[in-house]
Write a protein that binds this ligand. Structure first.
Ligand code: PMP
Length: 449
């Protein structure tokens, strides 16, 4: 260790890459084949900048986290202000204004009696907490129900419980023996001009009905990404389907968990995706955009009656869960500032504009023979490459590399190409992104990538 308290170096990008390759293990990365990572020196608005000042438009909001834009002055100021008073305190036996203000704000934004906020650190932990609350709520009622219902293609994170309910994502084969009992039902993914959606929804609902009947009295909860499955490749469903399956789960006495980690905070065109269907789940998981994409923070919000089931005189009835950084004040302050911006910057109107711009691309995409299933929901535009291959296929990796080399962070998920920009993106930036997206497709089609 040298004597400086700050060990950050002013190293060259090449040096950073060399030491990254020696010391770092990156997420979702096959280091055997991956090319060198790009060193990001700073970011502003919708743009990332490398050490030479080269701009890369962040067209997927850095894994869907960044909502209002990078380095937003108001969120920056809120974090700096908070750091002057208290950066962190343990959250058992202590509390603080940022955590309480944020919980109260979330309760006021969410429908019904979704009022009890359990904080954790990221999307996966928020799902883990929801599963544990659901499971233990049955134990506290004197029943053991250990089966969960999830949807085909659903993805809920990388911790063990979250992987279990994401078992059909085909990402987690190595861990199958560690997983808990999950029944998977079809997800009726739909797109522009889809003629078969009614049939697909009917089939999904009857599969759900059969599962609810077959596993009667053993199902603790059903979990779904409402309106949009993110990691499965921006697969949308219709609000009527969502409403109907919630109704069916309720009728069978099964708890409903909405994983709004990716869909929350405007990503489907409403502040929360549940608003499309006018339904209130029993538990909702929030993260990613919660802090504007600044800090790891998550919330699992439960209905009042669920919280009440954990009350009593014995610790056995309490929820045995908590993290070192639960309700970190810096993160809560960032979240409060980020939530305040929706009114201050008329964010939902910006999303309407992004949606309108995306819609102009639907015909352009429909006219191509190399792509299909074009679709738009809120600020998300997505379509499939007809010859796309699997996750990290050669085509998708080549496209990603070409887009980055040409100044756009567009990262296909297998055959799915999509845009999900930060809401601060300008019309001009969007037009540039569309042009680049199309040129990449042309080059892929002509073999000149
Ligand atoms: N749920 C959903 C719907 C997600 O999209 C993700 C992450 N992409 C997660 C959970 C896991 O979140 P995290 O990566 O923050 O653990």
């Amino acid at each position: 260790m040298n004597e400086q308290s700050n060990l950050l170096t002013a190293a060259s990008p090449d040096d950073i890459v060399a030491r990254d390759k020696r010391y770092i293990w990156h997420p979702y990365t096959q280091h055997g084949t991956e090319t060198d990572p790009l060193v990001v020196a700073r970011a502003k608005g919708a743009s990332l900048f490398d050490a030479d000042g080269r701009e890369i438009l962040d067209m997927i909001s850095s894994w869907w986290t960044c909502t209002h834009g990078h380095a937003h002055p108001k969120i920056n100021a809120a974090i700096a202000r908070q750091a002057e008073t208290i950066e962190h305190v343990m959250f058992a036996g202590f509390t603080h204004a940022p955590a309480v203000d944020l919980a109260e704000t979330l309760a006021s934004l969410l429908p019904g009696d979704l009022n009890r906020v359990f904080y954790s650190d990221d999307g996966s932990t928020s799902v883990e907490v929801a599963i544990k609350i659901a499971y233990q709520s049955w134990i506290n009622r004197g029943e053991t129900r250990s089966t969960l219902i999830a949807f085909e293609g659903g993805y809920h994170g990388d911790t063990l419980g979250a992987m279990s309910v994401g078992c059909s994502s085909q990402m987690f084969g190595a861990f199958k023996d560690l997983m808990c009992d999950v029944r998977v039902v079809p997800f009726p993914a739909t797109f522009d001009g889809d003629d078969a959606v009614d049939e697909r929804e009917a089939a999904a609902l009857s599969a759900l009905e059969a599962t609810l009947f077959e596993c009667k009295d053993t199902i603790a909860a059903m979990i779904i990404e409402p309106m949009m499955q993110g990691s499965a490749g921006m697969r949308f469903c219709r609000p009527g389907f969502l409403a109907r399956m919630v109704e069916m789960a309720r009728a069978a006495g099964v708890l409903v968990i909405f994983d709004e980690v990716a869909t929350g905070f405007g990503r489907t065109g409403r502040l929360f995706a549940m608003e499309h269907a006018g339904v209130t789940p029993d538990l909702v998981c929030l993260s990613k955009g919660l802090t504007g994409g600044y800090m790891p923070l998550a919330a699992t919000v439960a209905r009042d009656w669920l919280f009440d089931l954990f009350l009593g005189q014995d610790f056995d009835r309490a929820l045995p869960h908590g993290h070192s950084f639960t309700a970190n004040p810096l993160a809560c302050s960032a979240a409060l500032a980020a939530l305040g911006l929706y009114a201050e910057e008329q964010t939902m109107m910006r999303i309407v504009k992004i949606n309108a711009a995306h819609r102009t691309m639907l015909d352009v995409l429909a006219a191509r023979t190399d792509v299909s299933r074009q679709r738009v929901l809120g600020p998300v535009l997505a379509f499939e490459l007809n010859e796309g291959g699997a996750y990290q296929s050669e085509a998708s990796r080549k496209l990603r590399a070409w887009y980055i080399a040409n100044g756009f962070n567009i990262r296909p998920i297998g055959p799915t190409v999509y845009l999900m920009p930060p809401y601060c993106i300008t019309d001009e930036e969007l037009l540039r992104a569309y042009a680049c997206m199309i040129e990449g497709l042309d080059r892929l089609a002509s073999g000149s990538l």
